[in-house]
Design a protein around this ligand. Structure first.
Ligand SMILES: Nc1ncnc2c1ncn2[C@@H]1O[C@H](COP(=O)(O)OP(=O)(O)O)[C@@H](O)[C@H]1O
Ligand SMILES: [Mg+2]
Length: 252
């Protein structure tokens, strides 16, 4: 097997007495598209925060393409080739959708990565078109709908052709028609060399996009399997039934 693009070793994080990540070990190969699943509160967003430098883990290690990035601040993790989106993207009030895409890393509060020139204009037009945002290009980014903000944040994350792209619930609020387009876009990104880790609740999206899923429950990794095997996995069924019982559906 190729050297992993992302390697997690014993990653741990507690908030007070609450052990939110409890020794997570996982490995993702270059070009893989992996789903990160688990009931609400199981630690998925915290894991992304610990990988992407938004949160310093208490223990364990994160390696990207052979480089130990454990505890590095987010902007350095970005430089190591990681891009991410947030469960609730926030957009600047004074910039249009187009300006946000041109400016790049808005979370850093600067226009350091500003794209300039005709070739760049073309690239931005292409991204706006790809994510069906051309008609809102001149609107303030903060005025977009929740779904459009999700699309813009994925476009923004893909802009720099990252080595690793981590998405936190990318389709929440996104129109169903655009979900299948997002699958096409993300598959193309993977073919072009981006490895993907995707938190998502929409199982159809997961089955269509991911070749493998890792599942968290109460901060522990309880499964690592193909999407088709999830419903046969006793630990996964138990984790989901324990948290949110779906009436009329018995899995055992
Ligand atoms: N900054 C924080 N301070 C205290 N508790 C937190 C913080 N962030 C997350 N948590 C807690 O950690 C647990 C996991 O949260 P999270 O990673 O957001 O779960 P998920 O994304 O799987 O729904 C939850 O119980 C949440 O309340
Ligand atoms: Mg979350």
């Amino acid at each position: 097997m190729a050297d992993p693009l992302l390697q997690l070793d014993g990653l741990s994080k507690a908030f007070g007495a609450h052990q939110v990540l409890d020794g997570i070990a996982a490995s993702i190969a270059p070009g893989e598209i992996v789903g990160l699943l688990g009931p609400n509160g199981s630690g998925k967003s915290t894991l992304l925060n610990a990988i992407s430098g938004f949160l310093a883990p208490d223990g364990g290690a994160v390696t990207i393409a052979g480089r130990d990035i454990t505890g590095l601040p987010a902007h350095e993790v970005t430089r190591a080739g990681l891009a991410r989106t947030f469960q609730l993207p926030s957009m600047p009030t004074r910039m249009t959708t187009r300006e946000v895409l041109a400016a790049g890393d808005v979370s850093a509060g600067s226009a350091r990565n500003m794209l300039r020139g005709a070739a760049q204009d073309q690239r931005i037009d292409q991204l706006l078109e790809m994510f069906r945002l051309s008609h809102v290009a001149k609107l303030p980014a903060s005025a977009l709908s929740g779904g459009q903000k999700k699309l813009l944040s994925v476009a923004l994350a893909l802009r720099g052709a990252p080595k690793l792209l981590c998405l936190d619930e990318p389709t929440a609020g996104v129109h169903p028609e655009l979900r299948s387009e997002m699958i096409t876009i993300l598959r193309r990104a993977a073919r072009d060399g981006t490895t993907l880790l995707v938190i998502e609740h929409d199982m159809l999206f997961i089955r269509q996009l991911c070749s493998r899923c890792i599942v968290l429950d109460r901060g522990q990794l309880i499964a690592d399997c193909a999407p088709e095997e999830l419903e046969k996995n006793a630990a996964v069924v138990e984790a989901y039934l324990g948290k949110s019982v779906e009436k009329g559906k018995t899995a055992r």
